[in-house]
Design a protein around this ligand. Structure first.
Ligand SMILES: [Mg+2]
Length: 263
């Protein structure tokens, strides 16, 4: 009888533990193994912060050069993506790891807190751009219902031009080209900032890894010229490209290891 009690106790405990974890299968649906070190890199390494400062410091030099050379008549602007470009959502990644969940679980809850901190150097740069007469447009694939929370977050930290006329979230398409072209009607864009290559051109959208790499070589002279790329090891289109043609039930450890380039 005592053995039977212990057996049922172990079974019950197993049920409780598994119900506390929201998903324990390492498929494409939820596999946060890699996210742990990537999130720690963002939150704890000084190298991540230094990379961000490097981008925005260099951007200031490029902005000065571009303003000095500008011969046009239009108003001047820069276009920035929001997530992992000017706002740090690493606490959302941390929650995903702790709860073993995946986007979009907890995403709206996190955004509605409006507490995402500025990416290092971003706020200083955009304020500098404003001081030089350059407007900022925020083009993000956050869904449209997050507009009030996003504006509140940007305003909480004093980001310039954080108003509804300078913010374009995703309505139907995640392709940002239409929104960039809308800004181009009235402004000349001096610099673009993003952590995904789709933040610069829709040529990079919906491509597999090999084609993305080829396009990156093709446009290599644009990086640091007008395209300013922020580091983001935690998620992005590069990860979606890795999952191209992979079943959702696939063992992702094996899939990812199959992508490694060994010597
Ligand atoms: Mg982004």
């Amino acid at each position: 009888m005592k053995k039977l009690f212990i057996f049922f106790t172990i079974v019950w405990m197993g049920t409780v533990v598994s119900s506390c974890k929201e998903n324990t299968t390492k498929t494409t649906e939820t596999n946060n193994d890699g996210l742990l070190m990537a999130t720690l890199f963002v939150q704890q390494s000084s190298e991540y912060k230094a990379l961000c400062y490097q981008v925005y410091n260099f951007a200031q030099t490029r902005l000065d050069q571009k303003i000095a050379l500008y011969k046009g008549e239009k108003a001047l602007a820069v276009i920035v993506d929001i997530d992992e470009t000017v706002l740090d959502n690493s606490p959302f990644s941390a929650r995903s790891i702790i709860k073993n969940t995946d986007y979009p679980k907890y995403w709206d809850e996190w955004c509605n807190k409006a507490e995402a901190k500025p990416i290092p150097g971003s706020l200083e740069f955009l304020k500098y751009a404003e001081s030089q007469g350059v407007e900022t447009f925020y083009i993000s694939n956050r869904k449209i219902h997050l507009t009030p929370a996003t504006l509140k977050n940007l305003q909480n930290y004093g980001f310039p031009f954080a108003d509804s006329t300078h913010l374009f979230l995703r309505n139907k398409s995640s392709d940002k080209e239409l929104r960039r072209n809308f800004v181009r009607q009235t402004h000349d864009i001096l610099l673009f900032f993003g952590d995904n290559l789709g933040d610069f051109s829709n040529e990079f959208d919906d491509k597999g890894t090999a084609l993305r790499q080829a396009l990156t070589v093709k446009y290599q002279n644009d990086f640091g010229e007008e395209y300013m790329v922020l580091p983001n090891p935690t998620y992005g289109t590069w990860m979606n490209a890795l999952k191209e043609n992979i079943a959702k039930t696939a063992d992702m450890d094996s899939v990812y290891k199959s992508k490694l380039i060994d010597f």
